[in-house]
Write a protein that binds this ligand. Sequence first.
Ligand code: PLP
Length: 447
Amino acid sequence: MDEFSLIADADARGLAYLRGAAAQRVFPDAAALNALRRFEESFPTEGFSDAQTLALLDEIGSPATVVSNGPRYFGFVIGATLPAAAAAERLAVAWDQCASSFDGSPVAATIEKVAARWVLEALDLPRESAVGFGTSATACGLTCLATARRALLARAGWDFDNDGLSGAPEIRVVVSAAAHITVKKALRVLGFGMKRLIVAPVDEQGRIDAERLPALDARTILCLQAGEVNTGEFDPFVPLIERARAAGAWVHVDGAFGLWARASGLAALTHGVEGADSWTCDGHKWLNTPYDGAMAICRDGDAMAATMNSDAVYATASKDAQKNLMLEFSRRARGVAIWAALRTLGREGVAALVERHCRQARLLAQGLREAGYNVLNRVVLNQVLVRGDDDAQTIAIREAAQASGELWFGATVWEGRPAFRLSVSSWRTRDDDIADAIALMARLKRQ
Ligand SMILES: *Cc1c(COP(=O)(O)O)cnc(C)c1O
C-alpha cells in the first residue's frame, strides 16, 4: 500500500457509506453506540498502521453516524450536502490550501471572491458588502458584532483598537426575545453582559413586535432575525430598520438559514432586510454545503476589514483577503464548496431547493393536522412546530419516533410547554419521504 492506495480506500469507503445511507437507521441503534467504546484506547506509543486506523474509523464510526446527510432527518435545520459541493470539498481537501490570501492560495482567493459576489447576488444584499467565509453563523455573527461595536465607537470618537473598552461609551444591544442562543453567546464572549441586553418583545410567532421596540440611539446595536428556529418566521424588517436608521443604530441580522428565503419566490418574507448593516448566513444548513461553512456579510467592508485585520510584516494582503475579514489566519477555503453549490444550482436551482422544502413543510403540516396533531406555527417557511394532545403524549411520540430509526426530529419548548419541531432542509428529501413520515406519525398517534 502506498499513500495513494490509502486515499483510494478512504474514497471507496466514503462512497459505500453514501450509497448505503438512505437504508441506514437515521439515529444509530444501541449496538452501534456500544461499539463506540472501541475508540477509547490509550494513546499508542507506537502508532498503528494507517490502513488499520482508517478501517477502525469506518467499521465502528460509520454505523454510529447520525444520517443527517440523508432524506429522513428532520432535526434542527441541518441540511445534507449536495453532490457538487461534496465533490468540490473532496478536491479542495486534496489541495490542502492555506487560504489566507492570494499569496497563500491564488485559486482559493479567486474562487472565494467569485463566491462572495454570487452570495450577494443570490441573497440580493448590497453589492459593495464584504463577505467573509467562516466556520459558522456563530463565528460570523461574532465577527459582525465586533465590527458593529468598533464602528459605533469610532463614530462616537473612541479608538477601540488602542483604548479597548475601559472607559469607553457604553454600546447598548437590543435583541429579540426569540434571538438564537448563539447570538447571545457571541455577545457574551464579546463582553456585552447578559443582564445588560435590552430585550425586544415578540408576538406569538416569535417576531419582534414593532410597536414595542425599545428606544434606539446611535450607540445601539439592534439584532434582528431572519428565520426563527421554531416557527421559521421573520422580524418585520421595514418598520424596525426604518427606526434604527433614523436613530443611527447598527442593525445586524441573524439569517443562519432563513436568509435563503430571499433567493426564492418567498423573498417577500425578507422585505427590507437589505437595509441592515450586517448579516450572517450559513452554507452548511439550507444551501446544503458541507460543514463548516458560513458567511459574515458587512455593508461597510472597510469596517469589517479594519476590525479583523491580521496583516503582519511577513504576511500582508489586500483588505478583502479572507484572513483580514475573518477570525482565522490559517484557514481552509470554505468558500469553494459554496461556490460549487451556487454554480451547479444557479439562481433557479437555489430558488427551487428552498421552494421545494417550504412546500414539503406545508405538506407535512397538513398531514400531521389530519392525523390529529396540533400544528403551532403558520408554516411560512420550512419549519413545522407540533404538539400532541398533551405534554405526556408529545414527549412519548417524539421518543418513539426517534427510537424507530425511520426518521429523526428534536424536542423544543414553545410558550413554556414541550413541543417538537420538524425541519425540511435536505436536498435528498422527496415527497415520498414526507408521505412516509406522515404515515409513521399517524401510526404513533393512534397507538
Ligand atoms: C443554527 C443557527 C445559528 C447558529 O449557526 P451555526 O452555524 O450553527 O453556528 C444561529 N441562528 C439561527 C437562527 C440558527 O438556526
